[in-house]
Write a protein that binds this ligand. Structure first.
Ligand SMILES: [Zn+2]
Length: 108
């Protein structure tokens, strides 16, 4: 039958959209803090809204929203940098500690 091949792509798109909804939508029993002014999507925090607007509506959003998004993104990158730094320092300390203990064992 021809109808099967016609409906298949449309249904695939529907499924893909469904997965996105499940992943990002605020649960029904939870009141969303804010909503996207462009697509009315409920969002949990102002921060998420800033990210959402910056990522999803870069052409529609205002200059102020754009700036806020850039700032938030910088913060995020700084957080990530701090995390990497801490991880690197931890690895170095563990390495140093083992070398120290190894030296102690050989000295004693
Ligand atoms: Zn939106």
């Amino acid at each position: 039958m021809n109808t099967n091949t016609n409906t298949l792509p449309a249904r695939t798109e529907a499924y893909a959209e469904q997965v996105t909804d499940v992943e990002y939508d605020v649960p029904v029993d939870e009141t969303p803090t804010t909503r996207c002014p462009y697509c009315d999507r409920p969002l949990r925090t102002e921060r998420l809204a800033t990210f959402h607007v910056g990522v999803r509506h870069p052409d529609e959003c205002s200059e102020a929203e754009r700036e806020r998004f850039d700032e938030e993104r910088d913060d995020e990158e700084f957080d990530l940098f701090t995390f990497h730094l801490k991880a690197a320092v931890s690895v170095f300390l563990v390495y140093f500690m083992f070398t120290f203990i190894y030296g102690l064992v050989w000295a004693g």
